[in-house]
Design a binder for this molecule. Structure first.
Ligand code: NDP
Length: 337
């Protein structure tokens, strides 16, 4: 197998020298294990946190270890009665071409039911994050306005489309004109605003004439601050991600925003609630799989994937994900499907 291992903890944007490519033999299969060939590797913003030693909700990757990540794989050998050679599975084998894993740590996919890559995107962890965070915390009501940034990504695009299913108005924020066009034409948002536009704040105000009732927080930074000024009384803010800060090496310059933010929480009676999607798996995952499959089938939810070929391109693709160079769910096609 060829692996990408963490060689040093990145400071700021991850550099090539923070990683090493290693080609090594895999151990013999033990009972209950399978040999997996990676077809798709998912790249997700949370991976930046795993590269860092800072305390988080999950343990960091140790220096010298293979970078973690969700994968879709083919079973090449099996010593488990539950998996047969040729099965396609969802696994968590990380940045490598082959891996040995416990069959219990894989989920068998049905390639007839949906393209296998969707198990890492709209029908996988990011789609579930949107579903659970929006419905359990955001609770959009018909006629309300839902705003979300990183809106063409797998989480944001699902948030806006589920909001529409629930009868709300969806306003998407994205970082390029072509992404903003896709929000309206492809994903059916009611309005789109480019956060790199010089008149971003004015455009945000124009596209949210009745204020914002649910702000699904994916990014924080100046975008989050601008949307906070549009929040209505009793607005809900599911805090899902802070991608604007992930490569930051120090606190932002300028006045301390926290007093004003706490003031808004108090005077507007806001509900600001962070979450990690796994919290909602026991209560919402079955409903998610049923609802999302239905919405994809009836056309109410569309998805977009940004597939890059070759494990060699993983790191550059990951840097692009944090900088907004991806357009849709970021995937590396490690092997042929
Ligand atoms: P995306 O594919 O949407 O990629 C991240 C996007 O963030 C970029 O494409 C870019 O889009 C946008 N972005 C980057 N920097 C900034 C910035 N400074 N200001 C505004 N936008 C920025 O990622 P995902 O859909 O996979 O994830 C979205 C968020 O959800 C992330 O914060 C992630 O960490 C979080 N998440 C949280 C989970 C949880 O359990 N809490 C689970 C899964 C994801 P653009 O060009 O439009 O600016």
């Amino acid at each position: 197998t060829t692996q990408i291992r963490l060689a040093a903890r990145p400071v700021g944007e991850p550099q090539d020298t923070d990683f090493e490519f290693v080609t090594t033999d895999l151990p013999e299969l033990a009972d209950g294990q399978v040999l997996l060939r990676t077809i798709y590797l998912s790249l997700d913003p949370y991976m930046r946190g795993r590269m860092s030693a800072a305390k988080s909700y999950a343990e960091p990757v140790e220096v010298g270890d293979v970078m973690v990540g969700g994968t879709v794989c083919e079973v090449m050998e099996s010593r488990s009665p539950e998996r047969a050679v040729g099965d396609i599975v969802l696994a968590y084998t990380g940045w490598q071409t082959y891996a040995v894993a416990g069959a219990r740590h894989t989920r068998k996919l049905d390639p007839q039911a949906a393209p296998i890559s969707t198990a890492l995107g709209v029908l996988g962890m990011p789609g579930f994050t949107a579903y659970a965070g929006l419905l359990a915390i955001g609770r959009p009501q018909p006629g309300e306005t839902v705003a979300v940034a990183a809106a063409t990504g797998p989480v944001g695009s699902a948030v806006g489309q589920i909001a529409k299913v629930k009868g709300a108005r969806a306003v998407g924020i994205a970082g390029r004109p072509d992404k903003c066009r896709a929000l309206i034409e492809e994903f059916g948002f009611d309005a789109a605003v480019d956060h790199r536009s010089e008149s971003f704040r004015e455009e945000l105000a124009e596209t949210t004439p009745d204020g914002v009732d649910v702000y699904f927080e994916n990014v924080a930074g100046p975008v989050g601050a601008a949307v906070t000024r549009r929040l209505n009384k009793f607005a809900r803010v599911p805090v899902c991600g802070l991608v604007a800060n992930y490569n930051a090496t120090q606190a932002p310059e300028g006045p301390d925003q926290l007093p004003a933010y706490l003031g808004a929480i108090l005077t507007l009676s806001l509900t600001v609630r962070g979450f990690i999607q796994s919290e909602f798996v026991p209560t919402h995952h079955d409903d998610f799989l049923r609802d999302m499959a239905g919405w994809i089938a009836d056309g109410s939810v569309r998805y977009r994937e940004d597939v890059v070929d070759g494990l060699d391109n993983t790191l550059e693709t990951f840097r692009g994900l944090l900088a907004g160079r991806n357009f849709g769910k970021s995937l590396v096609r490690v092997g042929t499907d």
